[in-house]
Design a protein around this ligand. Structure first.
Ligand code: ZN
Length: 241
């Protein structure tokens, strides 16, 4: 089976369309979404609609949760909070109803998916160091965990009881190791690469790959500014930060 794991679209329709255009297709392909379909960008309804048509297994992100009042936004920065309020006001009811159906964690035989960390999924904490990853490894029952939230693609490996942080575009999985894979962000990358980012997992080959896709950033930025959202949310897309 070939899994496409993507995340953090953040209402960026241009990025989602471009990324989805490169997703592998066929009976051997399954879609997995790691949260935050909305927040920041100008096209929440269109993105929720497109996500539904892709039909992935999905989990709830912190921005999704904020829009349906499942998390408070006191810890959001100023622009993130403004975008949540904008999204609440502009999104249609059926889109919000779809967000309400999303679980915090999805698990199957081969892998687990959570937006932040697995030991406390409702708190949406960031995993930015090997020390942070340790708690998720302790809670992990499967061999692989796909996470998101930081918008920075990365790999945490559990080897001989210790966690190590690394990054490479292609990872060959070893039987003796466990992995947490941060799949990066489709709609607002923050690793200084402005291209949309997602990940594939080939369970037959035991291989994880990261993919980058160019999209019409100017159009996404203009939509944000036209919508009356904070300009910085458009500007940051240009630099991928
Ligand atoms: Zn996000």
């Amino acid at each position: 089976m070939l899994y496409v794991i993507f995340s953090d679209v953040h209402s960026n329709l241009q990025a989602l369309e471009a990324a989805a255009g490169t997703f592998p297709k066929g009976d051997h392909v399954r879609m997995v979404f790691a949260g935050d379909i909305v927040g920041y960008g100008a096209d929440p309804d269109e993105c929720v609609e497109m996500l539904s048509s892709l039909g992935p297994e999905s989990v709830l992100g912190n921005h999704d949760a904020a829009v349906i009042d499942k998390t408070d936004i006191s810890y959001f920065n100023e622009w993130a909070a403004e975008a949540v309020l904008w999204t609440k006001e502009h999104m249609n009811q059926s889109g919000k109803d779809r967000l309400r159906m999303l679980p915090l964690v999805y698990e199957e035989d081969l892998f687990t998916v959570v937006h932040g960390t697995l030991h406390d999924p409702g708190k949406f904490m960031y995993m930015t160091s090997a020390a942070d990853a340790t708690h998720t490894f302790e809670a992990l029952k499967t061999r692989i965990c796909f996470v998101a939230h930081s918008h920075v693609p990365g790999i945490f490996t559990l080897r001989g009881g210790s966690a190590y942080q690394s990054f490479r575009e292609k990872l060959d999985l070893k039987e003796s190791e466990k992995y947490i894979i941060n799949v990066g962000s489709v709609g607002q990358p923050r690793d200084n690469d402005s291209r949309a980012c997602y990940c594939t997992y080939d369970s037959d080959k035991g291989e994880v790959r990261f993919h980058r896709v160019e999209y019409d950033i100017k159009a996404a930025r203009e939509n944000i500014i036209k919508a009356g959202l904070p300009q910085i949310l458009g500007d940051r897309l240009l630099v991928g930060r």
